[in-house]
Write a protein that binds this ligand. Structure first.
Ligand SMILES: [Cu+2]
Length: 180
């Protein structure tokens, strides 16, 4: 669906470039008088301004539309999440406390490291990556995530951190929300 849209946008862009080339080639060799020269200089200036404006709008809307849904909350303010999980990585294991959370309510992860950089990643039972953040010594990175479904979620390290990097795995149990 979105691939089709991108494909049509790319085709349209390529078509416009091709039309531009054909126009330039068809105009090549024709001599222009002074009035025509100054008119074309004016036209190209106007076009350049419009193009710059259009690029600015595309850049700002694109950034807003794609960035504001990132699951990265404010790192300084209190997140007021009912569930908080402390995560500490070290060569080569994860300390996750608590390792059981409830589905349906936001979980605040506070992620850090005791030694080198690690990549804290949670994989859903279907194998898709749910969230990921760097575990860095001296910093606490916060993530806010709401598990949609109960299950056993696998934790893996996504930052090469030495010999024991590959088996540096763990688990988080997500249980159904208690009706309250
Ligand atoms: Cu690692």
């Amino acid at each position: 669906m979105i691939q089709d849209a991108i494909w049509y946008i790319a085709l349209t862009g390529m078509g416009l470039v091709a039309v531009g080339f054909i126009y330039v080639i068809s105009q090549a060799g024709k001599s222009a008088d002074a009035a025509a020269t100054s008119k074309s200089a004016h036209t190209s200036n106007v076009l350049r301004r419009w193009l710059f404006g259009a690029l600015l709008v595309i850049f700002v809307t694109g950034s807003y539309a794609t960035l504001h849904r990132f699951p990265i909350p404010s790192q300084d303010a209190s997140l007021d999440a009912k569930q908080v999980v402390d995560v500490v990585g070290q060569q080569w294991s994860w300390a996750i406390n608590p390792a059981t959370v409830q589905a349906g309510t936001p979980v605040e992860f506070r992620i850090s490291s005791r030694d080198v950089n690690h990549g804290f990643a949670i994989y859903a039972p279907d194998g898709r990556i749910a969230i990921e953040a760097q575990a860095m010594p001296g910093f606490t990175n916060k993530l806010l995530y709401t598990f949609a479904a109960p299950g056993t979620y696998k934790v893996m390290c996504l930052e090469y951190c030495g010999l024991g990097h590959a088996p540096m795995t763990s688990q988080i149990q997500v249980v159904a929300a208690r009706g309250d």
